[in-house]
Write a protein of this length. Structure first.
Length: 219
């Protein structure tokens, strides 16, 4: 152990502190900030960040020396001076800080962050035209996709793709379905448009709001 020439705070190297720690003879206090501690710290150390360090309420343990440490030794020395000014004694700071500790090959603990919460999946209100066709027309009327294809002049594969949501409804198909089911001629393409708009808003809406500013009248 050495005595600092320009301060009354004593210092000790990492080897000495490692020996004290193994013997359970010290209270090791980490004066770095919370983010630093959460990233990596010495096992068993107590976090008391220098940014809100209060020497008046600093903890003491009978028969245990106080050892302060930071990243490289500057903040721990400053904390030591604050404690000495408040009448604390039997304390040292670790020269070189946690960096010297790691350079000596001593272990540290790495904080394991909890897994990030998955973003909630969007709730879509506009079904595909195929879902409406299947659930509200074919099933209640007991019409098979093959029968629908024959009755409307559509290819069976085209009908199957629309029912599976793999293919959109175009204007010709909308007219054929409208004629067969006696709906408005644009009913099916409007279902497709509402479905596509809803999903586009979810996937691209925020980017579009950032990219495009509303036009101001007169400019």
């Amino acid at each position: 152990m050495t005595q600092d020439t320009d301060a009354t705070v004593q210092s000790a190297d990492v080897a000495q502190i490692k020996d004290w720690l193994d013997r359970n003879e010290i209270l090791l206090v980490d004066v770095r900030e919370t983010k630093e501690y959460e990233k990596e710290h010495i096992a068993g150390s107590l976090l008391l960040p220098l940014s809100n360090f209060d020497p008046e309420v600093f903890p003491t343990l009978p028969n245990k020396k106080i050892v302060l440490h930071c990243a490289v030794g500057k903040r721990s020395e400053a904390a030591g001076k604050m404690l000495l000014n408040e009448g604390h004694s039997d304390l040292v700071h670790m020269t070189g800080g946690i960096e010297a500790w790691k350079d000596a090959g001593y272990a540290t603990e790495i904080q394991i962050a909890p897994p990030a919460a998955e973003a909630p999946k969007p709730v879509f209100l506009c079904p595909t035209p195929g879902e409406v066709l299947q659930e509200e027309y074919l099933k209640p009327l007991k019409i098979t996709p093959q029968a629908l294809a024959r009755a409307t002049g559509l290819l069976e594969g085209r009908v199957a793709d629309v029912l599976a949501g793999k293919s959109p409804v175009g204007v010709e198909m909308s007219l054929r379905l409208a004629r067969y089911f006696s709906t408005a001629s644009d009913f099916w393409v409007r279902l497709q448009l509402e479905h596509d708009l809803e999903r586009a808003k979810v996937s691209m809406g925020e980017q579009i709001r950032q990219d495009v500013q509303p036009r101001i009248a007169g400019f």
